[in-house]
Design a protein around this ligand. Structure first.
Ligand code: NAP
Length: 484
């Protein structure tokens, strides 16, 4: 389920192994988050070299940090290059999934009313697909144009208009500098200030791209080096948390240099440890806020009214366009559609207190179901594609095991899952994400971190290097033939 980075990458692996599969996507095209997020300035804050599959390198990145349109084009190209088309079903999502115990098959009800049977169900629907609207009174009263960053409407004119942006996360810091030159007045509503570091972004010359094509090993070793260097960055967020107060003044130097106005600089000072929320990369966000027609509003929003936003300071910021860069349902997110496992277990009830999965991939009570980008597999220091690739290898191991045993079922043992969860919770309890004095989308309302992996990518690769059936209850059923 899901033809974003996870689904496409795994479909390549399945195609290469000759596995019969369907890649089901509710949208009309592939690309997942990189299809949906088309706001001005949308780009990735992970270097291009790490933001593609190691088995499908891209010599043609135009910049050292890729742009949304080229990441989307890369994924579309992967579909073509690896011949995924015949297995791809676009424009028809899964409405509900139920494990049929008698037949040991997953029964999928699709949006168009049709049904599908599958031996194995793989959820690759991602964590950033459901835009979160802010809980602000009067949102429905606004009479101007209102849009969430992930549902950008390019037809809404911005030129010469008064625009408001609510939020100062990864999306907002890209939108604000991208639109600042067009608008007549820009109000940025900040609830908490982000930590921002330099983005070492530069164009990749045509000559360098040609070299990449001629000598692919050049990109391979540079990627290996970057992979290793980036992985070290997990240490200050976890084991070496004590180093963060030493790092903060260095990061703050950028603010000093780029924000000459002392009052604005004070307003932009984060009140939590660096790394607690995602550290943002930008070279033009601070300069944009310093422009005369830009207003950083730190007074809390009181309510939204027909012609703008009223804040606790009593002022009305009159607006023509209001952008909600308010993020996604993350940590508290349940499954993407109702999923019923063994003995009528509903995944949303099992996950009511936050998502849990053995190694982020398997959930007790849900046989032959696996997750890509499942709970606690996100990163704050490296590329999530590195995590996906580890999951691909592990899942292929599980599928090989199943392929050798027609009709058999794999269900992760409750003890294995609980032991993994205890280990995760203990590790995360000491991390900056849990202890850094902030509330982020990494945490559930009750403060559980169900989003991030607390160690290096290397450690995750080691944990998933080999599929170990000992961690699973296995049963050999009657061989069935799933139809497609
Ligand atoms: P986000 O990080 O969740 O930020 C949401 C922003 O909206 C925060 O500043 C939040 O304030 C603010 N907000 C939410 N509700 C509000 C309310 N009721 N009143 C005022 N402010 C409110 O969302 P995002 O920027 O869309 O990013 C989400 C994730 O997407 C990122 O962490 C990242 O993983 C991914 N992303 C990645 C890239 C990339 O370059 N790779 C780019 C964009 C997004 P508080 O901070 O006070 O909660």
């Amino acid at each position: 389920m899901g033809a974003g980075f996870a689904g496409i990458g795994f479909a390549i692996k399945l195609t290469q192994r000759g596995v019969r599969y369907a890649l089901i996507e509710r949208g009309a095209s592939v690309g997942g988050t990189w299809r949906d997020n088309t706001y001005p300035g949308a780009a990735c804050d992970v270097p291009s070299l790490l933001y593609c599959f190691s088995f499908a390198p891209n010599p043609d990145w135009s910049r050292s940090y890729p742009l949304q349109a080229e990441i989307r084009a890369y994924l579309e190209n992967c579909v073509e290059r690896y011949g995924l088309g015949p297995n791809l079903r676009l424009g028809n999502g899964v409405a509900a999934a139920r494990f049929d115990q008698a037949r040991s098959l997953w029964q999928l009800n699709l949006d168009d009313g049709s049904q599908l049977l599958a031996r194995v169900l793989i959820i690759a629907t991602g964590g950033l697909s459901r835009p979160k609207l802010p809980q602000i009174a009067g949102l429905e009263d606004f009479k101007g144009a209102l849009m969430h960053s992930a549902r950008w409407d390019a037809k809404v004119p911005l030129a010469g208009r008064r625009v408001g942006v609510i939020g100062t996360g990864a999306s907002a810091v890209q939108i604000v500098p991208a639109i600042v030159d067009q608008v007549s007045q820009l109000s940025v509503f900040q609830r908490s200030a982000p930590w921002i570091v330099r983005k070492a972004d530069r164009p990749v010359s045509a000559a360098a791209r040609a070299r990449n094509r001629r000598r692919p090993f050049r990109q391979r070793w540079r990627r290996a080096l970057l992979d290793w260097a980036f992985d070290l960055r997990v240490l200050p967020f976890t084991r070496l948390r004590a180093s963060l107060p030493l790092i903060e003044p260095i990061v703050a130097l950028k603010r000093r240099l780029e924000v000459p106005d002392a009052a604005l600089r004070r307003a932009l000072k984060p009140d939590y440890r660096v790394g607690c929320k995602r550290v943002l990369l930008s070279n033009d966000y601070y300069p944009a806020l310093g422009r005369p027609h830009v207003d950083l509003v730190t007074s809390p929003i009181d309510r939204i009214v027909a012609d703008g936003v009223r804040c606790a300071d009593g002022q009305l910021r009159a607006l023509d366009v209001l952008v909600l860069a308010t993020g996604f349902y993350g940590a508290e997110q349940g499954p993407p559609f109702p999923i019923e496992g063994r003995d009528g277990r509903a995944l949303d009830r099992v996950w009511a207190g936050g998502g849990e999965a053995y190694l982020g991939t398997a959930v007790g009570g849900f046989p032959n179901l696996f997750l890509l980008s499942g709970p606690n597999t996100g990163l704050g220091h490296h590329s999530v594609i590195a995590m996906l690739e580890a999951q691909f290898g592990y899942l292929i191991g599980a599928l090989d095991w199943l392929a050798a045993r027609p009709g058999a079922v794999l269900e992760v043992r409750a003890e294995s899952q609980q032991q993994h969860q205890r280990w995760l919770d203990a590790r995360l309890a000491r991390s900056v994400w849990n202890q850094g004095g902030c509330k982020s989308w990494y945490l559930t309302d009750s403060g559980r971190n169900t989003t991030l992996w607390p160690r290096s990518v290397r450690a995750y690769r080691r944990a998933l290097a080999r599929f170990d059936p000992v961690q699973y209850k296995t049963s050999v059923g009657v061989p069935q033939s799933p139809q497609q």
